[in-house]
Design a binder for this molecule. Structure first.
Ligand SMILES: Cc1cc2nc3c(=O)[nH]c(=O)nc-3n(C[C@H](O)[C@H](O)[C@H](O)COP(=O)(O)OP(=O)(O)OC[C@H]3O[C@@H](n4cnc5c(N)ncnc54)[C@H](O)[C@@H]3O)c2cc1C
Length: 597
């Protein structure tokens, strides 16, 4: 008989969102038993690699209106404004809480919290711990979570399916990687905190674990994925590896130049170099500190004009931080120096760093409300796998770590309340689902001896996504990508593994991850196909303008028997009606007329 491991709340994911949610449940109701299920040891979650920082209003020159406005305009008006208001209001408290739990935020000489500028944020509000912010935040959350006895840790367990009963969610089916055992981990509420899906693309900053598993699990259970067409390219990845050179490098004063040494961003409506020195203008954040979508798009334009450099890994431009000097680089950007030395073979104290845009973040994800609730009772989601939405068509750097805390905590609190009122599941029905899933995995992957190996399918999917759903798209290119993804799904039905063993079968995990990515990719393509406008990170060359009349709406992708179906949901506008996004001298801060409430 299939064994059910019983808890009250099951959290899938041990990154910032998952750990924050676990602490929230434990604090809200210490009598609840919490399971944290993670396919890797929690401290290895992708959160650990975040470098730049986390945004929250803390300084006297800043205000909630500024943070809200930057986020909404950065999102090209596709963010839900009630969610953004709530996020901005709760952000300072969450970051302060982390301070109390031991997070070593970097300081000003007077001992107050230091903040740095970040792209699209027109005022400095990004808290940081040197350039290893994610590591310190995750460590703080992990050591705090460890002290709660009701939390049971399922490290290196891989969730493959949601358990459902009477239209509610009651846990997950998961494989224990050490033994290959397949079990049901049961709870009256499940919080998905499984992170993003950058690995759907070939060139990404994302860890190999970021394969959209939670998104796919929810999608298969009938929960819609929201705004999947919005994929963030970060403008400064190292060619070849995709390793990120944090925006903090530009926040600290780094500049981007083309093959002629020219600061090309001034040609793309992002202000002029002179702005920074103009005392009459209060807003100094321009050019290199424009939002990521616009910087990545400017790179493609430079490339088309033949003004980029050519290397073994394609076109690139140069990120120059030499003028900051060795002392500042070592103090504020030590990791940037280490990465550039190890992975580009250059020392940025003496040479500029080669960079190009790289897939970095999914604005879309599992459709939730501001409490992390999905349309499926008992199922919650938070962090990068969720779409609340505060990020709209383009996330601002450093909002995401804070988002994991704010909405991880809210999802935890609401799940803790919900389990008190949820009915008990029918255990035998859940056991049957665990047995069925174990049979499926055995037959589909472990017993098959002939078929196609998974690597070629994965590569074909990734290349099709880059070609068809990259920085710029057309109807034709997206359709071609979708056709290829559907072909890959067909081929996946015949996938064969070389490894048929039970213990640490990493090939089996790679197959299950590919299955998830194929679901995520087709939702992404279908939404990209049907959004016939250009907004934020979704740039359609055949529909170059933003179309608020038709598309000031979230896309909701549903999995149906006849393919992916898209529905549309109105964006919540509270006080900030759609306006033109402006960067540079005329940047449209609320005080300058952007807020016409
Ligand atoms: C290189 C890099 C730098 C970044 N820098 C910044 C920054 O400076 N500021 C900022 O705000 N944002 C930054 N981001 C974005 C931000 O770090 C992420 O969006 C955020 O950390 C995601 O956290 P998460 O908790 O949602 O997911 P993750 O940290 O990705 O954790 C996902 C968890 O889910 C688990 N999981 C996934 N699938 C399964 C499964 N099937 N079964 C069991 N467990 C599963 C994993 O084991 C893991 O524990 C950066 C991202 C990258 C890639």
């Amino acid at each position: 008989m299939a064994e059910l491991l019983k808890h009250d709340v099951v959290i899938v994911g041990g990154g910032a969102a998952g750990l924050r949610a676990a602490i929230a449940v434990a604090e809200r109701n210490p009598s609840l038993s919490v399971a944290v299920v993670s396919k890797i040891y929690p401290m290895r979650s992708h959160t650990v690699s975040a470098e730049g920082g986390a945004a929250a209003v803390i300084k006297g020159n800043d205000s909630r209106e500024h943070h809200i406005y930057d986020t909404i305009s950065g999102a090209d008006w596709l963010a839900d404004q009630n969610a953004v208001e709530l996020f901005v209001d709760e952000a300072p408290r969450e970051l302060t809480l982390l301070e109390h739990w031991g997070c070593p935020w970097s300081r000003e000489p007077d001992g107050s919290i230091a903040v740095r500028p970040f792209g699209g944020m027109k005022i400095e509000r990004t808290w940081f711990a040197a350039d290893k912010t994610g590591f310190h935040m995750l460590h703080t959350l992990y050591q705090t979570a460890l002290k709660y006895v009701p939390i049971t840790w399922y490290d290196e367990w891989f969730a493959t399916k949601l358990l459902l009963d009477k239209d509610r969610c009651y846990g997950v089916v998961a494989i224990e990687l050490r033994t290959g055992a397949i079990r049901g981990i049961v709870g009256k509420a499940v919080i998905l905190c499984t992170g993003g899906a950058g690995r759907v693309y070939p060139f990404t900053t994302n860890a190999i674990t970021k394969t959209g598993d939670g998104m796919a699990l929810a999608f298969r259970a009938g929960v819609p994925l929201k705004d999947m067409e919005f994929v963030q390219y970060h403008p400064t990845g190292l060619p070849g590896t995709g390793i990120l050179i944090t925006e903090a490098a530009r926040g600290e004063g780094g500049i981007l130049v083309n093959k002629d040494g020219y600061r090309y961003l001034q040609d793309y409506g992002l202000g002029k170099p002179l702005d920074v020195h103009d005392p009459r203008h209060p807003v100094k954040r321009t050019m290199e500190l424009g939002p990521r979508d616009k910087l990545s798009q400017a790179f493609v334009m430079e490339m088309r004009k033949g003004r980029t450099l050519k290397g073994p890994y394609g076109d690139y431009v140069l990120l120059d931080i030499r003028h900051l000097g060795e002392k500042k680089i070592d103090e504020k950007l030590p990791f940037v120096r280490e990465l550039a030395r190890n992975y580009a073979g250059i020392d940025p104290v003496y040479e500029p760093i080669p960079v190009r845009p790289v897939v970095h973040y999914m604005m879309g994800g599992v459709h939730t409300d501001v409490d992390g609730k999905t349309p499926l009772p008992g199922l919650y989601a938070a962090g990068e796998c969720a779409c609340v939405s505060i990020n709209g068509a383009n996330r601002l750097g450093s909002n995401s770590l804070t988002e994991c805390l704010v909405f991880g905590a809210r999802a935890g609190h609401h799940a803790a309340e919900y389990v008190g009122s949820a009915p008990d599941p029918d255990s035998s029905a859940l056991e049957q689902q665990v047995r069925d899933e174990a049979d499926r995995i055995r037959k589909q992957f472990l017993e098959r001896t002939e078929g196609e190996r998974l690597v070629s399918i994965r590569k074909d999917m990734q290349n099709a996504m880059e070609e068809g759903c990259g920085i710029y798209r057309t109807e034709q290119s997206v359709q071609a990508a979708l056709n290829k993804v559907e072909e890959c799904r067909e081929r996946f039905q015949r996938v064969v593994l070389d490894d048929h063993t039970n213990s640490f079968n990493t090939e089996l995990i790679a197959a299950l991850e590919l299955e998830c990515m194929l679901d995520v990719a087709r939702a992404l393509c279908q939404a990209a196909l049907e959004r016939r406008e250009s907004r934020g990170a979704h740039q359609r060359e055949d529909y170059p303008a933003r179309d608020d009349e038709k598309f000031l709406k979230h896309s909701l992708a549903y999995r149906t028997a006849d393919g992916v179906k898209i529905e549309w949901l109105d964006v919540v506008i509270t006080k900030w009606p759609p306006a033109e996004r402006k960067y540079g001298a005329d940047s449209g801060l609320p005080s300058e007329g952007g807020n016409k409430s």
